[in-house]
Design a protein around this ligand. Structure first.
Ligand SMILES: [Mn+2]
Length: 330
């Protein structure tokens, strides 16, 4: 691992103040931290009077459209976007920014702001803090410490970014600082009950039908320590699911008493027959980030993912074996 030197918040702020045109991007299949962080930066730059485009390879999930400023997010088209600075948030690798985004964007200065331990250190300036439970937390610190704009709408985006990545301020990595930021955001006027309703109690019914289908495939193995399910192409089609519908459902398996690792497998469309793997751990000693790294993926100790070669049943055997090894290190 290279020794990382982060650019200081003061220098990042100075670069933002000095430039005129920006693009803000994050990872494909964006989650609450990806969109919330993108919009927080986008709105802050807009408030500074800058020209800013917020791009994502995929559309904003229906369930995140309530976020202030979500209409700013555009998908890349054919038009080249040349700007002074590109800011990538919450994205561990260049590849995860998406091929179309990478093809249209052109800038002499890339800034990489992230909390993934597996971050590749791409970009010219970087601020990577793998102790932060969400990129939203890093951004709060950046805006707050350097006197950059921090409005109620920016605060709402940061709140949702942190809340979704920490399982509502609960998971490993949540610290007193995280709660202090929560308190600061409330003082800023962020309406927590309303954001919580919009984030957690407003899912389309098809998501719950998908959960019903997934539970039918659930298996408990390794003496009750591993729960897994598989999302086949057939189940995806029959529920009419959207990619974001499966987001967070894996926590249902993690919530089972005695289960230490939850594993979700998903058949991906396309001729390659790839399988998407998501892993969650309930025990900091069982590092699912390392398990996913074996399969070319990455992430955090308690939450990680990878893309594997299919078919599904073979991928499942390989992964469950690797989990077993992680559970009983020799
Ligand atoms: Mn994140």
């Amino acid at each position: 691992m290279p020794l990382r030197t982060n650019t200081s918040c003061a220098e990042i702020a100075a670069r933002l103040r000095a430039a005129e045109t920006f693009a803000v991007i994050s990872h494909y299949r964006p989650d609450g931290d990806a969109i919330g962080s993108s919009l927080a930066v986008g709105l802050a730059l807009q408030a500074m009077g800058k020209k800013v485009r917020v791009l994502n390879e995929d559309t904003v999930p229906e369930t995140l459209k309530f976020l202030p400023g979500s209409g700013m997010v555009e998908q890349p088209g054919d038009e080249k976007i040349v700007c002074d600075v590109i800011i990538a948030v919450d994205c561990a690798t260049r590849e995860r920014l998406g091929a179309k985004c990478l093809a249209v964007l052109d800038s002499p200065l890339w800034i990489n702001i992230d909390h993934h331990r597996s971050n590749e250190d791409y970009g010219d300036l970087r601020f990577i803090d793998s102790d932060a439970p969400a990129t939203g937390e890093i951004l709060f610190n950046l805006l707050h410490e350097t006197g950059l704009p921090l409005t109620q709408d920016i605060g709402a985006n940061i709140y949702v970014a942190i809340s979704t990545d920490t399982g509502s301020f609960q998971y490993q990595g949540t610290t007193a600082r995280t709660y202090e930021i929560g308190a600061a955001l409330i003082r800023l006027g962020v309406d927590v009950p309303s954001l919580a309703r919009d984030t957690y109690e407003n899912f389309p019914r098809r998501r719950i039908e998908l959960l019903r289908g997934l539970l039918n495939t659930m298996e408990i193995t390794s003496g009750g320590r591993v729960a897994s399910w598989a999302l086949t192409d057939g189940l995806a089609k029959s529920t009419g699911m959207m990619p974001e519908d499966a987001e967070g459902l894996i926590d249902t398996m993690r919530s089972i008493q005695g289960v230490i690792v939850a594993a979700a497998f998903e058949e991906l469309p396309g001729p390659e027959g790839k399988v998407r793997l998501s892993l969650r751990s309930k025990d900091p000693q069982v590092d699912v980030g390392k398990v996913c790294a074996v399969f070319g993926g990455g992430g955090h100790a308690m939450a990680a993912g990878a893309r594997l070669r299919g078919p599904l049943f073979e991928a499942k055997i390989r992964v469950l074996q690797a989990i077993d090894e992680a559970l009983s290190p020799s």
